[in-house]
Each structure stands twice: as C-alpha cells, then as structure tokens.
Design a protein around this ligand. Structure first.
Ligand code: PLP
Length: 490
C-alpha cells in the first residue's frame, strides 16, 4: 500500500460499502465463474486477459462468459426438473429473452434444454432465426400488434401469453379468420409484488400487465362488475373455438431473493385454478410462475442457487395442490437476469478522472472522485432508470494505491449518466486503464440506445478460452443507415 490512508470512514460512502481490505479482490458471486486475476494481475475471463479483449474488440465491450451462461441455464433446468419430477413430471424453463437476446444467447439457451420467452415481434424473429423450435417459444406483451400475433400463429409458437380480455378477443378473431387455434396462457395478477427482500400482498394491482383475480368494481373495458377479469377471460377463452387455453401465467417482480413472494403467488393462482375447476369442470394443464430471481450486482447481494429456489417452490406448490385437490399443472418459469446477468461484464477504458468537493451530510466538505469511461447510460441505462447498483474493478492491472471512494460515470451529456454510483477504486486509476463492471449480462445490450449518437458496443463471447464477436460493434455507417439525407433523398 502507498502512504495514503484508506478513506474507510468516508462521509459519502453508503453504509453497506466499507472500504475493501483488498481493492483488487474480485467478489465471487458478482463475477462470472470464469473470471479471475491472472499471474500478471490482470482480470481475465477463462484465461483471456482484459487487455487482449480490449485490443481485439475495442472498448466498451460486453463480454459474455458463455460457459457460465450455459452452466446457469443448466442449473435452472436440472434444478426445476428434479424438484418437480415427482409432482408433475418435471418443469419447463423459458429463458427470458428480454434480458439478453441475440442469435447466440438464444441458441445457448436452446442447446441447454431451455425454451425461450419473447416479448415482441423482433424478439420472436431473433429466437426463430436462432433456430429455437417454435413450439418452445412463448410470446408475451401487453399490446401485441395484429402483425405480431400473425407471425406467432404462422410460426406455430407454443404459447401466446394473453394480457387482457381485449387482447383475447382480438386474438380469437385473428386466429378464427385464419382457421387456426391459438395456444394461450392467460397472464393474471395475483396481487403479490415482490422486490428484493420484501413483498407486498394486495387485492388490487395498479399496473398495465395482467388480469386481476379480484372482482371488478367497474365493469368497464370488457370487465364485468362483481366478476374477476381473470374469470371473464377464462370463460371467454374456453368458449372460443379458435383458442386452446393451456393455463395461467404470473410474474411478480424483479431481483427477488426470498421465496415467500413466489410461494404466495403460486398459492393464489392455484386457488384460482381450483375455482376454474369448480365452475367449468376443467383442470388447466399449465402454470407459469414467471422470472425475477435475484442476482448479485454487488458484494452485499446473496442470490440463492437455482436448485434451492426450485425446491422451495415445489414445496409450496405441492402443499397448495394437495389442499385444493388439484392435479399439479405442468410448471414453468422464466428466469432472465439469473442466467444472463452474472455471465457478463462490460469492459471500459478510463478517460478523465477528477475530484470534486461535495457538501457532506455532517455539514463539512467531502471529496468525490469521478472516473469517466468511454461508454455510459447508452450501454447500461439501468442505474439511471432504476437506481441500480453495480460495482467495478480495475481490470488491466492490480494496484497498491489506497482505495478511494469513486463514482464511475459515462461520457453522455447528462449529469445523471452514472454507471457505478459508489465504488472503492485505487487512487492511481488513470487514463488508459481498463475498468470492468460485472453483472452486466442482463438488460444492458437489450436496453442499449444510441443516445448522443454513441455507437453500441460489440458483444463478445468467451468459451473454452476462445473469444469471438457475437454481435459486432456498431459503425458510423450503421448509425447513418436509417437517415434520409435531405441533400440526397434518393
Ligand atoms: N417474465 C416476465 C413476464 C417478465 O416481465 C420478466 C422481466 O421483466 C421476466 C420474465 C424476466 O425477469 P428476470 O430477468 O428478472 O428474471
């Protein structure tokens, strides 16, 4: 260490972020299993050093540890299959494509025995182009267009997850016109919102997704006063010749660590399945319990292994079906970030560093170090959108310098353009260093933009120690391709 004392009691440091004893150490759950420091101290993934990745592919670059992605996908498939084997013959795992959908990630998921969940015509096109079996694809969305529904019917997707009575009637008519029968899951809102360690159970949900299990007060927009919108949808679906009602779907939130919320949602939806059985004499054969399984973005997050999540859920489902006298429906889930998130990290080059004086909570003055990198909110909008926390590590080398509380920011014309709000980085981090931000495999590439006309980064996959581009870096030609040049409209 240098002579400088670590700022361990920094007034701007959040309580959960003590100064690290060793700022070069890589927290195990936050990084993919293939990431470690090599003999020279560089951060390397499966032995490929950060500097080699940066030189070959440029920065910023999203690096996906393919083996890690596949291992997480397998762990969900095997864990859920084992937990639900005796109860309902196993379970199906749909990879939530919205978290990170490319031709490659869709293939990895399919090759590991997962199905793929899509949320638009574009995602559906990617999954189909990747060679995912149409019957293993689900199509979501609260407002699917006629064209999206037609593509799904043409392709023969395994399930269309319907979000409202309006959409159900629209789909039934489109399918009837084509002489087809649409395979449908109805998305219901069980009145359980889960976030991280808490969940809130309510009767009413004020959100755009799903059909409520609680009787409607208004009777507007296809609702019937005194009847749950989900019950109206079930009745409508069962009566429509062009609809094959497979079952129900629910999704209670994101970044969830505790099992209670999933268990309560399963119990409520199974209770509704029992009501459907009583009223219509039908046991719907499928139940999807959605995604949202939490991952470690920083060292304080403690995600549970897939098998543990599966066992807890199977226990709750078993108790509920026994109590309700139901045959257990075929269970499916839709994890996204828990498969793609920890498998990725983003590698940036450091540019400007500066320290600013800040009013401290105790009335004094504290300094905050800003470390600016060559990307930002266009390649990872989650900190800006959701106040999401990340961490970062000096990737191109280790350092003996004292850790300094730092904020990693991008290069956009936006003061909110923050990538890592608080992290301890060595004081000597400087222009030309490489910085890696872990757990960026989910909702970064898929949410990226061209804000400030920045070019979107390449996506690189590393497998068996070999790195290759799976999405190439955007070029200025890509950027200008959709423009109609007013000086040369032809
Ligand atoms: N399923 C549905 C319906 C979702 O809306 C989402 C995310 O928003 C997911 C699955 C995947 O969530 P996660 O990536 O948190 O697992």
């Amino acid at each position: 260490m240098t002579e400088t004392a670590p700022q361990s009691a920094h007034p701007l440091a959040p309580a959960w972020l003590p100064a690290p004893a060793d700022p070069d150490a890589l927290a195990p759950l936050v990084w993919s299993s293939g990431v470690a420091r090599d003999a020279a101290g560089e951060l390397a993934v499966q032995g490929v050093p950060a500097s080699v990745l940066a030189e070959r592919f440029g920065t910023p670059v999203l690096v996906m540890d393919e083996d890690d992605f596949r291992a997480r996908a397998r762990a969900f498939r095997e864990g859920f299959d084992a937990a639900f084997e005796s109860l309902c013959g196993g379970a199906d795992v749909y990879f939530a494509g919205k978290s990170m959908l490319t031709l490659s990630t869709a293939r990895w998921a399919a090759e590991e025995g997962l199905r793929v969940d899509t949320a638009s015509g574009g995602e559906l096109a990617i999954a189909l182009r990747a060679g995912v079996l149409p019957e293993h694809i689900g199509l979501h969305g609260n407002n699917k267009s006629a064209a999206e529904l037609a593509t799904a019917l043409d392709a023969g997707v395994g399930r269309i997850i319907v979000d409202s009575v309006d959409e159900l009637e629209f789909l039934a008519a489109r399918a009837a016109e084509r002489g087809q029968v649409a395979p449908v899951m109805l998305r219901v809102t069980p009145g359980v919102h889960a976030h991280t360690h808490d969940f809130i159970a309510t009767a009413h949900e004020d959100q755009k997704f799903g059909l409520s299990l609680t009787p409607s007060a208004t009777g507007r927009d296809g609702n019937e006063a005194g009847v749950a919108p989900a019950a109206v949808a079930v009745r409508t679906a069962l009566q429509a010749d062009s609809i094959r009602l497979l079952g129900l779907h629910c999704h209670i939130g994101s970044q969830i660590f505790e099992a209670d919320g999933f268990g309560l949602a399963a119990e409520r939806v199974l209770g509704f399945l029992a009501e459907v059985k009583d009223e219509h004499g039908v046991e719907l054969p499928e139940l999807d319990l959605g995604g949202g399984h939490g991952i470690a973005y920083t060292a304080v997050d403690e995600p549970r292994p897939a098998a543990e999540i599966a066992d807890a859920l199977a226990d709750d489902v078993q108790k509920a079906v026994e109590r309700l006298g139901l045959t257990c429906p075929r269970i499916s889930i839709e994890p996204g970030r828990a498969i793609s998130g920890p498998a990725g990290f983003t590698l940036y080059s450091v540019g400007v560093t500066k320290t600013v004086d800040v009013d401290a909570p105790d009335g004094g003055t504290a300094s905050r170090r800003y470390v600016a990198v060559d990307g930002g909110m266009s390649d990872n909008p989650r900190p800006v959108l959701y106040d999401a926390e990340y961490t970062a590590a000096l990737a191109s080398r280790t350092s003996d310098a004292a850790p300094v509380l730092s904020r990693v920011v991008g290069k956009h014309c936006e003061s909110g353009d923050i990538l890592v709000r608080d992290v301890w980085l060595p004081e000597d981090v400087a222009r030309g260093d490489l910085l890696a931000v872990p757990a960026t495999g989910a909702y970064t590439h898929s949410m990226s933009s061209n804000y400030n006309a920045l070019l979107r980064p390449a996506v690189v996959a590393v497998r068996d120690g070999e790195a290759r581009e799976v999405v190439r870096r955007e070029t200025l030609d890509d950027l200008l391709r959709r423009e109609v040049d007013p000086q040369n409209p032809a």
